[in-house]
Design a protein. Structure first.
Length: 179
């Protein structure tokens, strides 16, 4: 069912339903539960956009795990400017720990690179990446994305935690901007 919503001056149309999202989250959780069944994992959720994905993924995990959060933001509005600001940093001891970063979406990869740069000096045993969404057409970095939920075209999306100028995070489905 195609549903149109308006956020500020833009119109968006249904793109990925919550039913589909749940299937993807189930699959990612299965992979993580399998790959880390004998390990202890520290998950690092990247705020704000990932908060719904983090919650849905985390409650499906049955491994020994903890979670903490890192809050990053771009300096300027909706564009991937390459300038990423840390609003809440890491205050957990991650040295020697298995760290899994939880991201909502990887676009250019600039944000992810900043995240890795922040974690590496603390010398974790390993850093794995799980992202719900990837825009392969925009991704320019070499960092391996270990767990990717879905690949999507290079269009602007909202919902399921993702925002347009702070709004639209509340929708359970994901919407894409109308051309
Ligand atoms: P990157 O640094 O990889 O270019 O962008 C990553 C961040 O930009 C994501 O974590 C997300 O916060 C934001 N982002 C990238 N693409 C989209 C999109 O289509 N919609 C929204 N709402 N945010 C996006
Ligand atoms: Mg994000």
């Amino acid at each position: 069912m195609n549903n149109t919503i308006r956020i500020l001056e833009k119109e968006f149309v249904t793109f990925i339903s919550y039913i589909e999202i749940e299937k993807v989250v189930d699959r990612l959780a299965c992979q993580l539960n399998n790959d880390f069944r004998n390990d202890e994992v520290l998950f690092i959720g990247i705020l704000n956009g990932s908060f719904m994905f983090i919650a849905d993924l985390f409650k499906r995990l049955n491994i020994k795990c903890r979670i903490t959060f890192l809050k990053l933001a771009s300096y300027l509005g909706t564009e991937s400017t390459g300038k990423v600001q840390t609003l809440i940093g890491i205050n957990e001891d991650i040295r020697g720990k298995i760290v899994v970063v939880i991201e909502d979406i990887v676009d250019s990869g600039v944000t992810l690179e900043k995240i890795i740069e922040q974690l590496v000096p603390y010398e974790p045993a390993m850093i794995k990446i799980v992202t719900l969404l990837l825009k392969p057409g925009a991704y320019k970095k070499k960092i391996k994305l270990d767990y990717v939920g879905m690949e999507i075209p290079d269009n602007f999306i909202v919902g399921y935690g993702l925002d347009y100028d702070g709004f639209g995070r509340n929708y359970e489905d994901i919407y894409v901007v109308k051309q």
